[in-house]
Design a protein around this ligand. Structure first.
Ligand SMILES: NC(=O)C1=CN([C@@H]2O[C@H](COP(=O)(O)OP(=O)(O)OC[C@H]3O[C@@H](n4cnc5c(N)ncnc54)[C@H](OP(=O)(O)O)[C@@H]3O)[C@@H](O)[C@H]2O)C=CC1
Ligand SMILES: O=C(O)CCC(=O)C(=O)O
Ligand SMILES: [Mg+2]
Length: 417
């Protein structure tokens, strides 16, 4: 058995069929990672709200059996000082198929590399799915925030984000720079003696599997377009490759045809008979477009680092990263997590908005096919916002709001179920 993971006495594993559909028992065992910093505040609230929604929706017929698994600072307390991501945590996340996690801290500069990234890489969770939608009543810096309605498909396994980099003046950096200069004829490293150096792998296979998911999502959800966001004018063979491979895939696998000689292309959705346009935007221009003309964008397919920046920027347009959910997915395994981090200055204060992790759980319930419980979460969130009993992030921008704590907001949601 496991060293520190307690398997619940009741409940059963979710399993996956050959076509990647799920078999979900009425009492699925769902592993969760509490998370560092504010993770310890929001994760218990998420669990309470989800349990209330499931109980209300199914009257005791269905129930999640939560199973805590460890990562980050809590893992070092449970397993020992240097154990940040125990092997049995990875084994359980893979084996139990569907899980949810709080945020995990990554130090800036030195120290451990991101555990969040490690987890995505180890489980090959190649899609980071981050829907961005407006909930009525949420304070936003935009005049018409309801026009922002996008779903980000962020490539989750490659790019500069993969963490292949070498510290300035280290032996490895020196060796790589020497190789680049002497073997590859590189003359453009401005300060070779003092440069840190990073590698940006972007592959056709990695691009294709991500873009395939994004286009299929557009078909399944009746979306009008998929926008490929890249910086391919500058990084021609990585970000430019991403753009070219994405267009080629749309033509090859979905029968898209060039519009006015391309590169934009279009195909008719086999689901609703309406056109789906595949277009692209260079990342810097895209960031101003989403503020000025958000209604023109729907599904977004992008590289790892762009997706990181874009998801926080878009979240801000609809009220901030306090209500920005997400999922990391492979074809079979899914680990749901909020877009935001551990917000260390608020840790342990029962203060922050638990909305992102609750909405990540709402995505998880929908993924399980438990739509009634998911719908209850959305309805109770909307009712809680309408009641103006909200956490600090909304209260500071809303007229007439009453500020409640993190757990208080969870209770307001439950009261409105
Ligand atoms: N997937 C993950 O686990 C992620 C982990 N991280 C890690 O988190 C750590 C902290 O990163 P940092 O850059 O501070 O980013 P954070 O996302 O943790 O926080 C930035 C700001 O966002 C706002 N915010 C964050 N969470 C909430 C919430 N639940 N409710 C309301 N507002 C919220 C706060 O704004 P304000 O100050 O205005 O109140 C906060 O100061 C780093 O180690 C980073 O690597 C970061 C992102 C994702
Ligand atoms: O892993 C981290 O610490 C940061 C990750 C992040 O910002 C993200 O995935 O959005
Ligand atoms: Mg981020």
């Amino acid at each position: 058995m496991f060293q520190h993971i307690q398997v619940p006495a009741q409940g059963a594993k979710i399993t996956v069929n050959a076509d990647h559909s799920l078999n979900v028992p009425d009492q699925p065992i769902i592993p969760f990672i509490e998370g560092d910093g504010t993770g310890a505040d929001i994760t218990p609230v998420m669990i309470k709200v989800v349990d209330a929604a499931v109980a209300k929706a199914y009257g005791g017929q269905r129930q999640i059996q939560w199973m805590e698994v460890f990562a980050g600072e809590k893992a070092t307390r449970v397993y020992g000082p240097d154990v940040w991501l125990p092997a049995e945590t990875l084994e359980v996340l893979r084996d139990y198929v569907v899980s949810i996690k709080g945020p995990l801290t990554t130090p800036v500069g030195g120290g451990i590399r991101s555990l969040n990234v490690a987890l995505r890489q180890e489980l090959d969770l190649y899609v980071c799915l981050r829907p961005v939608q407006y909930f009525k009543g949420v304070p936003s810096p935009l005049k018409e925030p309801e026009k922002t309605n996008m779903v980000i498909f962020r490539e989750n396994s490659e790019d500069i984000y993969a963490g292949i980099e070498y510290e300035a003046e280290s032996e490895k950096a020196k060796k790589l720079i020497k190789f680049l200069q002497e073997e590859m004829g590189v003359k453009k490293i401005r300060f070779p003696e003092t440069s840190g150096i990073g590698i940006k792998p972007v592959s056709r296979e990695g691009t294709e599997r991500l873009v395939r998911k994004a286009i299929q999502y557009a078909i399944d959800n009746d979306k009008p377009s998929v926008t490929i966001v890249h910086k391919g004018n500058i990084m021609k063979y990585t970000e430019g490759g991403f753009r070219d491979w994405a267009y080629a895939l749309a033509q090859k696998e979905f029968g898209a045809e060039l519009i006015d000689g391309g590169p934009w292309c279009r195909f008719i959705s086999p689901k609703n008979g309406k056109p789906i346009t595949i277009k692209d935007s260079i990342a810097d221009a895209f960031l101003q477009q989403i503020l000025l003309r958000p209604a023109e964008y729907s599904v977004v397919a992008t590289l790892n680092l762009n997706g990181d920046y874009i998801s926080d920027a878009l979240a801000a347009q609809v009220g901030g990263i306090g209500i920005a959910p997400g999922a990391n997915m492979s074809d079979s395994v899914a680990c749901f997590e909020a877009t935001h981090g551990t917000a260390p200055k608020y840790a342990g204060k029962d203060y922050v908005n638990p909305g992102s992790e609750i909405l990540s759980a709402e995505m998880m319930l929908r993924h399980l096919g438990w739509t009634e419980a998911a719908d209850l979460i959305i309805a109770s969130l909307e009712a809680a916002i309408a009641s103006k009993r909200v956490t600090y992030d909304f209260a500071r921008l809303m007229d007439g709001a009453v500020q409640v704590s993190c757990s208080g907001f969870g209770q307001v949601m439950i009261d409105h179920m």
